[in-house]
Design a protein around this ligand. Sequence first.
Ligand SMILES: Nc1ncnc2c1ncn2[C@@H]1O[C@H](COP(=O)(O)OP(=O)(O)OP(=O)(O)O)[C@@H](O)[C@H]1O
Length: 329
Amino acid sequence: MSILEGRNLTKHFTAARGPRGRFGKRPPVRAVEDVSIALRAGSVTALVGESGCGKSTVARLLAQVYPATSGEVLLRGEPVRAHRGAAFKEYRRQVQLIFQDPFASLNPFHRVRYHLARPLRLHGHARSDAEEREQVAELLERVSLTPVEQFMDKMPHELSGGQRQRVAIARALAVRPIALIADEPVSMLDVSIRLGVLRLLEGLARENGLALLYITHDIASARYFAEDITVMYAGRLIESGPGEELTQSPRHPYTRLLLESAPDPDRVAPPAGERHGEPPSLIDPPGGCRFHPRCPVALPVCSTEAPGRTELGERRWTHCWQAGAALSR
Ligand SMILES: Nc1ncnc2c1ncn2[C@@H]1O[C@H](COP(=O)(O)OP(=O)(O)OP(=O)(O)O)[C@@H](O)[C@H]1O
């Protein structure tokens, strides 16, 4: 059974700017359309796509930062209905978000100890100063900020970006969540320390049976850390599968494009003539398959009808008119 699941999630925002329509209303930004995704215990699932395709919106819908326009979120198979009160607070404890910017996520006026002790106290895990100290030390150890005495009393500005992100991860762990949603957790960190933070997240998920959603624009990193990869394009999911299989034999032309443009240490320059175009507007997305204007193998049907889901194997599927043809070849 999945720990955290989004079923047919759709989110339309009201555009803050832009021209108004006939009745003075602005058209909605169709940020997320019909997204279904399931996270399993002790497993890393990557959600991959270009900037602006709706990844963060999916993260926020799963974390219930704001309500979905339609669709539902399930925790351990049970639909989440509470949007306030004790049940909602409990949900927010169980599903923790880790953000991209470790500089913005810690309070500059408080020491590391405070950031970790506060959630422990609020959730009743530490009932005395001694217990609190012990648990803060244990959390710092779990994120490899050792020797712990050196880090407990540091102020955020005394830490590197990677160390701050480790404190943010420790703070998320303090409330004993069952699912972690990490939204581009390393993209603001130095390249040299990204790997360490990703390995830490992966280890925590596997050792503690946490369901981890790793959101990234970088399919190369997803391939190394995630058991499953789901690819998103212009608000919709287009392909999903076990990471190895999906990257070895991508079935959707957009996944192929992402893999081709991923940094490859053996390739000096991008292949000649590589022109991929721009992702579409989410206010007025293309009809049919949203990728069709950029697709090198589009058929006439691709511009008129959205392709349904083609099942390709266990946990493996795609939305592409060509997928069926490829299967029967
Ligand atoms: N609160 C909001 N109000 C209006 N539009 C929004 C809001 N949040 C996001 N959007 C729009 O929804 C679309 C998807 O944004 P989202 O941040 O989810 O994408 P993303 O893939 O996470 O991009 P990035 O990697 O750049 O963060 C964008 O067009 C964005 O402008």
